[in-house]
Design a protein around this ligand. Sequence first.
Ligand SMILES: *Cc1c(COP(=O)(O)O)cnc(C)c1O
Length: 377
Amino acid sequence: MHIRFNVPPVTGREDGYIQEVIKSGRICGDGEFTHRCEKLLEEMTGAPRVLLTCSCTQALEMAAVMAGIQPGDEVILPSYTFVSTANAFVLRGAKVVFVDIRPDTMNIDENMIEQAITEKTKAIAPVHYAGVGCEMDRIMEIADRYSLKVIEDAAQGVMSTYKGRALGSIGDFGCYSFHETKNYSMGEGGAILINDPADVERAEIIREKGTNRKRFLEGKVDKYTWVSEGSSYLPSDINAAYLFPQLEMAEEIDQDRLASWNTYYRELEPLARAGKISLPVIPEECEHNAHMFYIKTKDNAERSSLIRFLADRDISAVFHYIPLHSSDAGREFGEFRGEDRFTTKDSMRLLRLPMYYGLDEETIKRVAEAVFEFYGM
Ligand SMILES: *Cc1c(COP(=O)(O)O)cnc(C)c1O
């Protein structure tokens, strides 16, 4: 039987909730299920306000507008990330400045940030890779010292924490993804965490096409008008109804994934001890959400043979980001500052193994056995 890399989460309660939306006769955004999802996310993260969006890409774009990023500004981020982390700022005319990652977590190296700061720097966008937190205390300390905004790309980090605080709730803004490939999904979707209560009203206006429609619906103004820049970042309530039951059982989904992650770790540990592969590292300050299970091979060539070897055994394993600074757009819109010690080298070694809610132990053992066979162990 073919082992898929990802299977989108389904709880079985989606049908009923979607029917409720249809019967309500109100399927646009900011409806009942949007509110219910936002409330659960606020409870889960402690953020004063969480707004659903149509994607994490949109949440990042909103955050870039909220942070006041202007043409000529610079934003510091890792090169080892998804294009959306960079595009959000490029769309505002900013230059993206890439710095190296740490090889243990594949997260931005907090010690490489300061050397990349100039008088043009306006923000730092740490990415919590694989749902494992960046070294946020250090990042926030640097941001405070240089008066920079911090926009957390926590696309993969729903339900993860750093020193007990939800990822996405530590910087000025946090961005979540509910894409099909993430731990909690609405097909396409996301959320922005507004961590300063003073930013809430402006964020609501920007999400509502630059109007004060929200205040109008609440009866606080008698007509709604154009009040600032903005766009349409609201998802339909039908999508929110698909996401809602997953958030209701977020803990159960999280525990299921963590059990799979731990099984992988236990099964593959002998290969790591034998020096054949490297396993992921979870720093003590971090509780992760088992967004992904990856291993690192010796080099790119070994990774390619392993992918083929697994594919021949009907197992889908996939590599991940090609560093942004090595792409055409990366060269046009950005620059790598400092030495690239790990970004290129380690990104070419990383291989993601099948991981999804409901993945059973037997399947994990089959994957692990195939990896052992590849290494002749
Ligand atoms: C998935 C992902 C995104 C984009 O999320 P969408 O919801 O698909 O827009 C951005 N950044 C990171 C790190 C991601 O993993």
